[in-house]
Structure formats: C-alpha cells, structure tokens
Design a protein around this ligand. Structure first.
Ligand code: BGC
Length: 417
C-alpha cells in the first residue's frame, strides 16, 4: 500500500478519536521546524499570543532546516493516528495533505477576518483546499538574496556584486584576502536554494518559470540550464571543505562573525543577524543575488490545521488561525523572522531596509510578471518532483557530474510522479 493510502485508512479509523483524546481543551500542539536563534524567537511570539488568549501551547519542534525532518515526523504521527492540531506545511504540500482528507476547515476564522479581501489571490488560493481555507499564512520570505559581511568585502577590496562576473570577481578577492568566499551548508535543500537562485540570475524569471514551475523538458535541458549548472559548478570552488553536514544558520554565523564573505539564502538568514544584534547596512548587507534585482522568488510559510473531533480543540484552531493573521502577530513575528507580513496593510515603520526592499521588490515584480514561487522551498512543484530535483542538484554539488548530465537528470526528475 502506498503511503498516502496507508494514511487514509489509518486516519479514517483512529485519528479522530486519538487526536481528540491526546489534546486537552484549549490546547494546540503545533509541529514546526523553527529552531534556530531567529526562528525560535519568532515562534515564541506566537506562543505568547496564544497563551494570552488562554490557549496552552504544546510545542512540537523538529530541528532541521526547510522542514525535511518535520515532514517525516508529521507523516509518522498521521500514520499513528494522532496528528498534531496544527503543522507548518506550505505550498502544493497543502493540497497533498488535503487529498488525504486530514485537514480541517477553518473558513469560520477566514470569513470573520475577511481573509479573501485582505490576501493576495496567489496566497489565499494556496491556503485553500477545494475552495475552503485549511491553513493560515504567516509571512512572505524572499529567497533570492545574497547576505554579505561588509567588513570582509572592504578588507578584500571587493564591491557588492550585481552580475555573475562581478560575483566571481568579488569571490576571488575575498578568497585571496584569506576568507571563505561563500558560506554554504550541507543539506540538499541548501544546495537547491543556491541552484534556483543561480537559475533565476542566469536565465531570468521567464526561464525560471518554464524550467522550475512548468517543468518544460526543452527548457530543462536547454543551453540556459547548462549555463546555470556551469555557474553553480564554479561557485563550488568558493565553498570550504567543511560545508557537508553544516546547518544553514551555522553558515550564516560564518558571515556574521567575519569568517566568510557571502551566503546565498532566503531572508530567514536575516533573523539570525537580527538575533545577534546586527544592523542591516552597517554590520551586514542584503542584496538581491546577482542578476535577480528585478525578480523575486517567494516562499510563504503557513500553518495548516488537522481534523480534530473535540469542539474545544476546534475552537483553539480557529483562535490560532485568527492569531496568525492578526496585525499584532504579523508585525512582531516578521520583525524577528526576517520575512515580511503577508497582509499588505501592516505599517512599515518598524521594518528595516532589507524588509522594505523586499516589500517594494515583491510589488514591482508582481506587476512586471517576475514574481516566482520557490522550488527549493516547496512553493512550485509537488514534493515528489522537488525531492527528485534535490537529489540531482545535490549529486552535482558533491561529485564531478557534468552540466550536460545534470540537465538530463533534472528533466528526468521533473517527470517523477
Ligand atoms: C522556511 C523558513 C525557515 C527555513 C529554514 C524555509 O523553508 O520557509 O521558515 O526558516 O526554511 O529552516
């Protein structure tokens, strides 16, 4: 039996009973993977808000960037018949879980909060399964950023790169000055984050969309994708030998403490700089990755609710959903997390220059048609295709696979069912 069938049959018989029994009245058990310094500070704000509303927060944190471990833990809990009340899942995965019949309808919170009129369509559609809200959106992260230590840049005599030739020039100078040029970690999702950013920078938003959203075979195997892998291959030469196994936040720490010059990462990295008391423009710089200033890869975090039988638990879910969309939460969480509010009506006053740039660039790219879902962060393709693409990129990063072989493997990965 396939996993989804197992989930269906087990859930149908036991989940409603056991999850209702496991969770006490006015308690939410929330599965998430926000465990780094900046992430933990952010999620603590949600806990605070919920507890002020009289709801007990049962933390179900599973460490591991981008949620790979959390997804495994979630599957295990659903198969065991005791899903958590809520879990951090996003993008097309929400539809996949919806198809299993395990997600709860939270239309009551959405209608009362006027979510349909508040949220951009691209967001509200993702939060719905078969026309009903099943998840609450938390934020918008921009993925195509380059994080820079300005002190390292200055010592190396380099400037902030805006093109790929400028990037490699800066990387050479940083390396010559005795620093690690590119801070990179070891999990496949981190390699995929760099890969999609390079694809956007090398080929532009149309190319990105055809290749990594529409999965067009000719684009996936064409010369621009070959050039993408050539560029990615060149970046490998600027990563230190200890990268395998390194967590993303430890790579960010290398930029924070001046061991490394640059890191390709979404703006959850800013949460680490902020948690370390660093100021943008002074202690660190955020710049759109080379060639990507006019486009924007988005990654929207959301909390999906699982079916529970106990009316108190159902009420607590609506309280959680309402809290997530509240202006109070949207501001404080995103100030800590590095992302921007998903509601466009939150005052900008407290947000820093990187966040303001993200807000402006998101609006501009949405108008220009260059706003694209992140493949590496579960926004663009099914989890099966994403996993197969991760394998290809990771193999390319950690072997001497050629760009030609990589594009063929990528096109094959795109066909994964
Ligand atoms: C999530 C972020 C998280 C990051 C690192 C991304 O996929 O959207 O919320 O901070 O992974 O774990």
């Amino acid at each position: 039996m396939k996993l989804n069938q197992i989930i269906k049959s087990v859930f149908a018989t036991t989940a409603l009973l056991s999850s209702a029994a496991a969770v006490h009245a006015a308690e939410v058990e929330v599965l998430h993977y926000w465990t780094s310094g900046g992430e933990a500070k952010s999620v603590a704000e949600l806990k605070k808000i919920m507890e002020a509303k009289g709801v007990t927060w049962k933390d179900f944190a599973v460490a591991g960037g981008a949620g790979e471990n959390a997804t495994t833990a979630l599957k295990a809990r659903v198969i065991a018949g005791s899903p958590p009340t809520a879990a951090q899942i996003k993008g097309p995965s929400i539809q996949e879980w919806g198809q299993e019949g395990v997600l709860a309808n939270i239309d009551a919170a959405a209608t009362a909060g006027k979510w349909d009129s508040l949220l951009p369509k691209v967001v509200s559609n993702t939060m719905k399964y078969q026309g009903h809200y099943v998840a609450a959106p938390v934020n918008v992260h921009r993925v195509n950023w380059l994080w820079i230590n300005p002190e390292v840049l200055k010592k190396a005599g380099a400037k902030v790169p805006t093109t790929w030739p400028e990037f490699f020039d800066a990387a050479d100078k940083i390396q010559k000055a005795g620093f690690i040029a590119v801070a990179q970690g070891g999990q496949p999702w981190q390699d995929a984050t760099v890969f999609e950013t390079v694809a956007l920078g090398v080929g532009g938003a149309d190319f990105y969309n055809k290749a990594l959203v529409k999965l067009d075979p000719a684009t996936l195997t064409g010369p621009t994708m070959v050039k993408t892998f050539d560029t990615l291959g060149k970046i490998k030469g600027y990563i230190d030998k200890d990268a395998p196994g390194r967590d993303w936040n430890l790579a960010t720490a290398m930029v924070i403490n001046g061991k490394a010059g640059m890191q390709f990462m979404g703006d959850w990295a800013k949460g680490e700089f902020t948690a370390a008391g660093k100021q943008p423009g002074k202690d660190f710089l955020c710049a759109p990755a080379p060639g990507t200033a006019k486009s924007y890869t988005y990654n929207i975090d959301s909390i999906a609710m699982f079916k529970v039988k106990n009316p108190d638990s159902q009420k607590a879910q609506l309280t959680l959903a309402t809290a997530i969309m509240s202006p109070e939460f949207q501001e404080v969480f995103n100030l800590n997390k590095g992302s921007i509010p998903v509601r466009p009506d939150i005052p900008r006053t407290k947000f820093d220059s990187c966040a303001i740039e993200s807000m402006d660039d998101m609006a501009a790219s949405s108008k220009a048609g260059t706003l694209e879902p992140s493949m590496a962060h579960g926004m663009a393709v099914s989890s099966a295709v994403q996993g197969a693409m991760f394998d290809v990129v990771s193999k390319f990063m950690h072997s001497n696979m050629t760009s030609q072989a990589a594009v063929q493997a990528l096109a094959k990965a795109a066909k994964t069912q």
